[in-house]
Design a protein around this ligand. Structure first.
Ligand code: MN
Ligand code: MN
Length: 307
């Protein structure tokens, strides 16, 4: 079963402009082969399908716990896309008249589906607009092969994030990217440590892929200085056994000058507020004239508070 927390893993700055091109490129990190939907579903299905889990409990706990974190990564990538599509709008935006074809001059590189299907919000698709598919899930039944795949998946995800970083300087996108460079680094290192325990092969010597450090990027360095690269968060009352893998001192080439010991934090991250999206009249979201819906919602909310 799952619990849900109404927060983002970290606070995102509001996008200073409406930026549909960046929103489209960030979609790759949500619904692409190496996107967060893939990491979530790979680790989730591997954990659902794991045999002999009581005998291999630390590895089961590690994959299950990281799967839960990936749920929050889907949420923060979606929130970044939403922020990029929303821009700095606050309050209900009725500045666009549908009769004036307000979207006829969207920039080349915008994804029409963001406007047509999503009402200017994230979609479970990649940067080409292709839907995420279960074909991206690898769950072989062989623990070492699954862990090796997960190590590859985290590094593939990192490569693509680094490329998207080069396509935008929008702070809503880059804050999300900086955070996920660091968290992806934790996951790659955790899978490397698990493989090392099982096989003796020093997988961690292959990090980072590509061979450029997280600390190079100020948006990532900020989170490293908060120790995020050393922390594996615990998203459950169960799965504590993951702590037995996430121990020891961070290797110097991984720590990049922000040294320390690996730490299993017995809680999820503190988190930050959700991105609050303004209503948009031209998207009919929530409605062209939303007053009635808001009045009904307000009455219900008052009732709930009075109880
Ligand atoms: Mn992730
Ligand atoms: Mn990950």
């Amino acid at each position: 079963m799952f619990l849900r927390i109404d927060k983002l893993p970290v606070e995102l700055p509001m996008s200073p402009e409406i930026d549909p091109v960046a929103a489209r490129n960030v979609q790759e990190l949500l619904g692409g082969r190496f996107g967060e939907m893939s990491t979530l579903m790979n680790y989730t299905y591997q954990s659902f399908n794991m045999r002999g889990r009581d005998q291999i409990r630390p590895f089961y706990a590690l994959i299950s716990n990281i799967a839960a974190e990936e749920g929050g990564h889907i949420e923060i990538v979606s929130a970044a896309i939403n922020s990029l599509l929303n821009g700095p709008r606050q309050g209900f935006d009725d500045s666009e008249n549908p009769g004036d074809a307000p979207w006829k001059d969207l920039p080349g590189g915008a994804l029409g589906g963001h406007y047509i299907a999503g009402g200017q919000t994230a979609l479970p698709v990649d940067s080409r607009g292709m839907p995420w598919t279960g074909d991206y899930v690898f769950s072989s039944g062989n623990l070492i092969l699954d862990l090796l795949h997960n190590f590859f998946l985290e590094n593939g995800a990192r490569t693509q994030k680094l490329r998207v970083y080069q396509m935008t300087d929008n702070p809503a996108a880059r804050t999300m990217l900086g955070y996920l460079f660091v968290r992806g680094g934790v996951h790659a290192m955790a899978y490397a440590k698990a493989l090392q325990l099982l096989t003796g092969v020093e997988m961690s010597k292959m990090l980072p892929i590509p061979n450029i450090g997280n600390a190079t990027f100020p948006e990532a360095r900020k989170f490293m200085e908060q120790g995020s690269h050393l922390k594996l968060y615990h998203f459950s009352n169960d799965f504590k056994e993951a702590a037995t893998i996430w121990t020891g001192t961070a290797p110097a080439e991984y720590a990049e000058g922000v040294a320390g010991d690996f730490e299993f934090v017995d809680a999820p991250p503190t988190g930050g507020p959700q991105v609050d999206l303004a209503g948009i009249a031209s998207s009919f979201a929530p409605n062209y004239a939303p007053q009635e819906i808001m009045e009904i919602a307000n009455k219900l909310y008052q009732k709930a508070k009075d109880h």
